[in-house]
Design a protein. Sequence first.
Length: 240
Amino acid sequence: MRVAALYDIHGNLPALEAVLEDVYTSAVDLIIVGGDAVLGPMPRETLRPYPSLDFGLRGEPDLTLRDLVDHLEGNQFSRPENIEILFKKHDAAYEARKFGVGEKDYSFMKGLVWRQRGEVVVNPDRPFIADLDDLPMPRYDLLPLTKYRMPLLKGPFCFIVTSRGCPAGCTYCIKHVSYGPTMRLRSSSRSRTSSPIWTGASPARRGTSRSARKRTRSRSCPASTKGARPGRRSARRAPR
């Protein structure tokens, strides 16, 4: 099954429309949109104008997306042991279901927004993942990291999420809708091992010698700071 999962639209509907144009040509089986910047407070208003969007994910999408794909592919009763424990640990009431004949009923799946006979249905929220260390390590080796680019950054990049939530209560921020009013942290050892640079999965580092990386840093270092000790400004004076 080919699934297109769209995230970080952040209320930019023209951007969503532009992305959907590319998705339409990719021969996918399902289109799922996640991210609570819009879908969280306005799930029905998000899905109604776009009938091609099959499902929406509210709150933390990790378990909801896995739950949905497993049920669609018939793997909800044959998951790896660590994934089964993850579901049970973070929602004691969780129970996988078997679809009956005819129209599928997703009303039991927490955190899901779906369609039933033309109407958008919003299911109850899924509990937050209390211990982020329980999440499996990201498979960076399966990603085309050489295509991940950003202006002002030299070479490919990726994000490492070390926490979720925020202790502040800013009324204009969406974080309290997405991740609740509390803050959850990953352990330092778990965050370190999730990095593609430390695990050797980064194509930017793989096959590059230490001396070559040192020469690259030297060329990119401005003359005014070259040779300066870390944390101190260079003693060189600008020419008058």
